[in-house]
Design a protein around this ligand. Structure first.
Ligand code: PMP
Length: 356
């Protein structure tokens, strides 16, 4: 490691994204992308925008998208800020609200980027273990961390915490609560989102992404929703032109075709139900998933070998090499055909599944 690095960066184990093979031949169930294409309206809006205007900078605050989001979600434009993916918004939240050396709390296991970003920032991660059923751990409440992240539905468990618990948690905290709703459009329960709570809770921010339900992972678009004062503070730390012109166009067009997104989310819910039953038949435990992936578990086993055996058959899933998740695979919900092949190959593995 170079002596020029900051010590916390020199020591950092960076976030490892899922593999993105270039040949497109694999059945790709490792990064929770949507198996269905984005709305045709998005494609035609993009085509119209490719031309001379690309020489100009984009809108600094992505006002077209802010207005479209305000309309779609029933809030004011001042309650919305757009990011270059919700990952950028997560980093901005640390920059705006956590002093160097400050604390960032989150229940684990969860999206590991929270941990990585806290370490990059020079903040102290406070990792609180989830209960075995992935309900909110009591130790998360009443903490004094500057920021608490809650991924809901959670990754990689797919489990959902109800809005009443989120309200209780936010009220108990001294700092901000950030609810990362990357997967909320796939939730089985109506009214699961914490978004309406930004009106009543002065310390709540809700994040959404266009990468999952809107099938736009390649465009890098996320949204933060919150009380005006928090959003204005967050806007101060953003790059001048953080969204490119095409992303703004794509996201605004996607919001004009919510039925397209909802239809695809319903298809994924149906495939998820079939996939869960199929995995259970093969002896896996599957927590009830509200996301576009499931966690397939064999308590006490190490599923690395299953991951590798599937990879050898050109099926990519995710195995996290940390103690709490060695017995698990996170598998994205693909098309019904892809899931049929996955279940067949899993069933064909020696002893129905895996080396220990
Ligand atoms: N939050 C969670 C929980 C995620 O799983 C992801 C995707 N890896 C993100 C945020 C980031 O999404 P985006 O593509 O909008 O940066």
């Amino acid at each position: 490691m170079s002596q020029f690095l900051r010590p916390n960066v020199a020591e950092l184990t960076p976030y490892v994204p899922g593999e993105q093979p270039r040949d497109g031949a694999a059945i790709k169930l490792n990064t929770n992308e949507n198996p269905y294409p984005p709305s045709p309206r998005v494609v035609s809006a993009l085509k119209k925008s490719i031309g001379r205007s690309l020489r100009l900078y984009p809108e600094p605050l992505a006002d077209t998208l802010r207005a479209a989001a305000a309309f779609a979600y029933g809030v004011k434009a001042e309650n919305v800020l757009a990011g270059n993916g919700s990952d950028e918004l997560l980093a901005m939240l640390l920059r705006a609200f956590v002093a160097p050396g400050g604390q960032v709390a989150f229940p684990v296991p969860t999206y590991s980027l929270y941990d990585t970003l806290a370490l990059i920032h020079g903040a102290e991660p406070l990792r609180v273990d989830y209960a075995p059923d992935f309900s909110l751990p009591p130790e998360l409440f009443s903490r004094s961390a500057a920021l608490t992240f809650l991924c809901n539905p959670n990754s990689p468990s797919g489990t959902l915490v109800p809005p009443g618990d989120i309200r209780r948690l936010a009220r108990s905290l001294c700092g901000l609560l950030v609810v990362d709703e990357a997967y909320i459009d796939f939730a089985e329960t109506e009214g699961a989102s914490a978004l309406p709570l930004i009106r009543e809770l002065p310390n709540l921010i809700v994040l959404r992404t266009f990468s999952k339900s809107f099938s736009l992972a390649g465009m890098r678009i996320g949204l933060a929703f919150g009380p005006e004062a928090l959003i204005a503070g967050l806007a101060k730390v953003k790059d001048s032109y953080n969204l490119n012109r095409l992303s703004i166009v794509a996201a605004a067009a996607a919001l004009e075709d919510l039925p397209w997104m909802r239809r695809n989310a319903r298809r994924i819910q149906r495939t998820r139900a079939r996939m869960t039953r199929g995995l259970e038949k093969l002896g896996y435990q599957v927590p009830p998933s509200h996301a576009n992936f499931v966690l397939a578990r064999k308590p006490g086993r190490n599923l690395r070998g299953v991951y590798e055996a599937l990879k050898a058959r050109n099926i990519l899933v995710r195995h996290f090499d940390v103690p709490a998740l060695r017995d698990s695979l996170r598998i994205s919900v693909g098309t019904p055909q892809e899931i049929e092949i996955l279940l067949r190959e899993l069933g064909n593995l020696p002893d129905g599944n895996a080396p220990v």
